[in-house]
Each structure stands twice: as structure tokens, then as C-alpha cells.
Design a binder for this molecule. Structure first.
Ligand code: BG6
Length: 483
């Protein structure tokens, strides 16, 4: 179903995110018939390009980053026809009257995507207002990082609130646009089976792992000022934690869902320093030139920024008191694998003496790759060998369970941009959520700074420093294998 006609202005329209994700995503939506033919996309950036030059740039970007383009033959030119460009000076006056002229008098939905450094958010918002583009119809989309601590996030929220209402602001966390993340809500709240067991009485612990094989690549300058805590935990991992732990919202509506997520963040316990492990990856042995260690990659030989973090926290509320939540994320790990795992408790009594306590139900929700949900159940080992128990997965790998022809692959960014046009904020972070998340992470980061904490080195392609395994082992638990 096509969305309503829209004009989407992308500030930073020539940037990395626009070329890798936003425009290839919009092209796929165009091919799927979801982007109405009258819609316009206007790139706005510093480069002195004209419309033709911009279209060529995006043609190349789609060829490079657009993935499998079979079936899209003949669609690229009509899509590029919908593109326009304006060279703009975000901090000055250049280009603004031209943009205002382009946006004048249309009845379409207007969305402004701030795909630029947060330092420019205020400048752009101010100019949108000055040139008459910040009316009630306008929607703005802002990217992470949304601040670098509570203070800067508050300042950003305040700046945006000067020009826009909260229901016009779409703060992106692209993890919320991932298929399985939404499926997590469907599984939790669409089935009778899980919810009664979803609490500290039946759940032993929950693990969330987002493991990456990539290093910091060309983003060293940004990353070294952020680290895994700010880059991944404060947003993506905390969002996953919220969705897995929140109370059932009364309905699937933006504020109902976001109210429940906020309650989870506010109930998070502070994390003791012995419950955190930080790491920095080492170079690939024998291939240091291509895959250097973290400090070389960020060109900061004394860097104390972490590229890996694992931690244990608890949620102090009626449902979860006493249940550990273990979070882990890092770069240059053994495999690219994101998974949420709910490990249920042992049965209270085993009638099978031989196997006592060895079998636990494990629900694993796999985000990427091979999206799917698996429930480990215990059965009798088939055959004549007596009552021997084994664990087998009840599998629902989507690619196998459903006809691939019926599954339309939608990237997180595509879905979220379409939600902006539809005016649905459910999968976007509200200002108070972001602030609450910083309020939890700030003291942890301040603790490291006060102690001059130095991350532990870990091997290229490993699962982080050995201390991370120890964090689990000393509580009689183990991380799921990263594979
Ligand atoms: C981004 C982080 O938000 O998410 C990156 O800034 C990280 O450092 C990326 O690599 C991971 O996203 P995905 O979708 O590849 O899991």
C-alpha cells in the first residue's frame, strides 16, 4: 500500500548514511510500489552539485550499496527523476531561500532528515523555522548519537523543542526497525505461552549479545570519543533490553509502548564496577597491516576507549527483581551475531535422576544473521536406550518456515522512513527515554574516567577478554556461543 505523497529533505544528502542506507532503501520502497510516484526527495548538503550531478551520485550509490537489484530493471530512472538537490550552508544563509521555494505551497507530508552531526541540529532547526518550513506539518528525523551524556542530550532535546513538538520528532534507533526486534513483541504479546513464565520466578537470566566482526574502520575519530558504551549499549542494547523486559503495553501505540520502555530504564540498577568488563581488540596476527589493533586503527596509542563491553545488571521491579541481565557487544569478535536469549530455570524436581538439573528451556531470538526464534525443549532421546533426555530446538527460522516468495525483505531504515511518512512514532525513541538511558550510563562512564580505567586487550576474532567469561562463570553461568 503506497504511503501518502511526501517531500523528504535529507540534510547530509551526500553523506555516507544517505548513500549507503537512506537512498537505496527508498529505491527499494519505490520498486515495491510503496513510495508514491509524486513523492520528492531533496538532497541538501554543502557540495556544489546540481540536480543532475546528485542523481548521478545516487545512481552510483544504489549500484554499490543497493544489494540485489534483480527485478528493478527500468525502475532506476523514474526513481532518480524524483530526486532534487540544493547546495546549502547549514550555518549560514546560502541555499535556504531556494529550499523554501521548493517546499512552498505543497499539500504533501514534509519530512526533514537530519543526517548530519548533532552540532548542526540547532542551526538547521532554527533556519527551518526562519524560512517558514517548521510548521505543524513538518516532521524531523534525527540520527544517533543523540548527545554524549545526559547534559548534552537534554540540551539537544531543549533545542529541538524550541521549534518542534515531541510528536514531530523522530529519533532513530535503527535496531527498532529490525524485523526480529518487532517480532519479539509479536512473540511476547501475541502468544499465551510465554507471558506467564516471563518473570524472575521462571527465568534464570537473560543474555543480549550484539557481536560484530568489523573493526572501527574509517570511523576512528568518532568512535574513539564514544566507545562501545555510547555507540551501542546506551541505545541499541538498551532498546532490546526494554522490549524484552517491559510490561505489556495496553495497546500497540507509540506512547503506550514508550511509557513501558521508560519504566524499564528507570528501574535499572546501577552497575557495580566488578560487573563490567571492557576490552580493546588486538591486531589480526600476521595481518596487522590490513587489520590493525584498536589503538592503531583510531590512531591513538594511549586510547582508553572500549571496543568491547560486557556487563551484568538487574531490573528492580516486581517482575524482574533478582534476575540478572547480561549485556555484551564488541567489534572484531568471532562472528557477526546478534541474539537475545532467555534462559529458564531448572524444573523444581527432576524425576529422571540421571539427568537432574542438566536441561533448561532456552528461548533464543536471533536478530542477525538468519533471523529466527528457537525454543530449546527437552525430549527423550529416540531409540531403545532407556529414559535418556536430550535438548532439541523447536525452530522457527523464518527463511525456512515461511515461503521466501512471501517474505518481503525490508531493511530497518526503509521501514523506519516509511513509518515517519505514516506518522507512526512507535519505533522511535522519545526524548525522555533517551535522557533516562543517559542517566543510567553516565555514572558508569564517569566511574571509568575517575579510575582511569584501562580496557583489557582481547584477541582478534575472539569473544572479548577472558574476564568476560569469568563474569558469567563465577555465577555458575556461561555466555551463549557466538556463531
Ligand atoms: C551503529 C553503530 O549504530 O550500529 C556501529 O554506530 C555499528 O558502530 C552498527 O557497527 C551496527 O548495526 P548493524 O545493523 O550492522 O547491526
Amino acid at each position: 500500500i503506497p504511503v501518502d505523497p511526501f517531500d523528504l529533505v535529507i540534510f547530509g544528502g551526500t553523506g555516507d548514511l544517505a548513500r549507503r542506507k537512506i537512498l537505496p532503501g527508498l529505491f527499494r520502497r519505490f520498486c515495491a510500489g510503496q513510495m508514491p510516484p509524486q513523492a520528492r526527495i531533496i538532497g541538501a548538503a554543502r557540495s556544489e552539485l546540481d540536480k543532475g550531478g546528485y542523481r548521478e551520485m545516487i545512481r552510483e550509490a544504489i549500484a554499490e550499496f543497493g544489494g540485489d537489484l534483480t527485478g528493478t530493471e527500468g525502475r532506476l530512472d523514474p526513481f532518480l527523476d524524483r530526486l532534487d538537490y540544493v547546495a546549502i550552508d547549514a550555518r549560514g544563509e546560502g541555499g535556504w531561500s531556494e529550499l523554501a521555494e521548493m517546499m512552498k505551497g505543497t499539500e504533501r507530508i514534509e519530512a526533514y532528515y537530519f543526517s548530519v552531526a548533532p552540532a548542526l541540529f540547532g542551526d538547521i532547526a532554527e533556519r527551518l523555522q526562519k524560512w517558514g518550513m517548521a510548521d505543524d506539518r513538518a516532521r524531523i528525523v534525527v540520527e544517533k548519537p543523540f548527545g554524549r551524556d545526559l547534559e548534552t542530550a537534554r540540551a539537544l532535546n531543549k533545542t529541538l523543542a524550541t521549534y518542534f513538538n515531541e510528536d514531530q520528532i523522530y529519533r532513530i534507533d535503527h535496531y527498532l526497525g529490525k524485523e526480529t526486534v518487532q517480532n519479539l513483541m509479536a512473540v511476547r504479546f501475541g502468544n499465551m505461552l510465554f507471558e506467564p513464565l516471563w518473570n524472575s520466578q521462571y527465568v534464570d537470566h537473560i543474555q543480549i549479545t550484539v557481536a560484530e566482526t568489523v573493526g572501527v574502520g574509517g570511523r576512528g575519530e568518532y568512535y574513539d570519543k564514544s566507545g562501545a558504551m555510547r555507540d551501542m549499549v546506551q541505545n541499541h542494547l538498551m532498546q532490546l533490553l526494554c522490549l524484552i523486559a517491559m510490561e505489556p503495553p495496553a495497546r500497540f501505540s507509540p506512547d503506550a509502548v514508550r511509557d513501558e520502555k521508560l519504566k524499564v530504564i528507570r528501574a535499572l540498577e546501577p552497575v557495580a564496577s566488578h560487573h563490567i568488563v571492557r576490552g580493546q581488540y588486538q591486531a589480526e596476527p600476521m595481518n596487522e597491516a590490513e587489520n590493525p589493533g584498536y589503538r592503531t586503527a583510531v590512531e591513538n596509542p594511549r586510547s582508553r576507549t572500549e571496543s568491547f563491553i560486557s556487563m551484568r545488571t538487574e531490573i528492580s521491579n516486581w517482575r524482574w527483581a533478582g534476575t540478572p541481565f547480561y549485556l555484551r557487544t564488541g567489534k572484531r569478535m568471532a562472528a557477526r551475531s546478534s541474539e537475545i536469549t532467555v534462559v529458564f530455570k531448572d524444573t523444581p524436581h527432576s524425576i529422571f535422576e540421571e539427568d537432574a538439573g542438566r536441561h533448561r528451556n532456552v528461548l533464543s531470538i536471533r536478530l542477525q544473521p538468519n533471523e529466527g526464534i528457537t525454543l530449546g525443549v527437552t525430549i527423550k532421546e529416540p531409540g531403545p536406550g532407556g529414559m535418556r533426555l536430550i535438548d532439541v530446538p523447536l525452530d522457527m527460522t523464518f527463511a525456512e518456515a515461511l515461503d521466501p516468495e512471501d517474505i518481503e525483505q525490508v531493511d530497518a531504515y526503509e521501514r523506519l522512513i516509511m513509518d515517519v511518512i505514516r506518522g507512526n512514532q512507535t519505533l522511535f525513541m522519545r526524548g525522555d527515554e533517551v535522557e533516562a538511558a543517559w542517566a543510567w550510563t553516565d555514572p558508569i562512564i564517569e566511574g571509568w574516567e575517575a579510575r582511569n580505567d584501562v580496557p583489557k586487550p582481547y584477541d582478534y576474532g575472539s569473544n572479548g577478554p577472558t574476564d568476560s567469561e569469568e563474569l558469567m562463570r563465577r555465577e555458575g553461568r556461561a555466555w551463549r556461543e557466538v556463531s
